[in-house]
Write a protein that binds this ligand. Structure first.
Ligand SMILES: [Zn+2]
Length: 121
């Protein structure tokens, strides 16, 4: 067996790098990411924790978390810090909870606030 799985991708590309690329400009669940990269969903969650950390230090990009929501009463899990899907709604006890979605947005010229060096001219 050759060491690489897919000749389209450079062999040094790690799952974490692929997650970061896949999330740019979109919103995906861990389930979707797991299928796209072909690794277990649990590993996607582990990688996401580190992705969040590296994005938080990157001023040009922003990590987006669309929180889980209860489909029955519209309760939103805003305070939830964990990345995994909650199992039950604390408000109505429903288990019909949407999976949280993740994405990476670039903080580009559209917002144009971050570039403090531009004030010289
Ligand atoms: Zn609910």
């Amino acid at each position: 067996m050759p060491a690489y799985h897919n000749p389209m991708l450079p062999p040094e590309r790690t799952p974490r790098q692929r997650i970061m690329e896949l999330l740019v400009g979109t919103r995906l669940t861990t389930h979707q990411l797991a299928q796209m990269i072909a690794i277990p969903e649990k590993q996607v969650e582990d990688h996401l924790i580190h992705v969040v950390k590296s994005i938080s230090q990157d001023k040009t990009r922003r990590f987006i978390l669309e929180p889980s929501r209860c489909q029955d009463c519209d309760f939103v899990f805003r305070d939830r810090r964990r990345l995994t899907r909650p199992s039950r709604c604390p408000n109505c006890r429903s288990e019909d909870i949407t999976a949280p979605r993740y994405g990476i947005d670039s903080v580009g010229s559209r917002l144009g606030i971050m570039d403090s060096n531009a004030s010289g001219r």
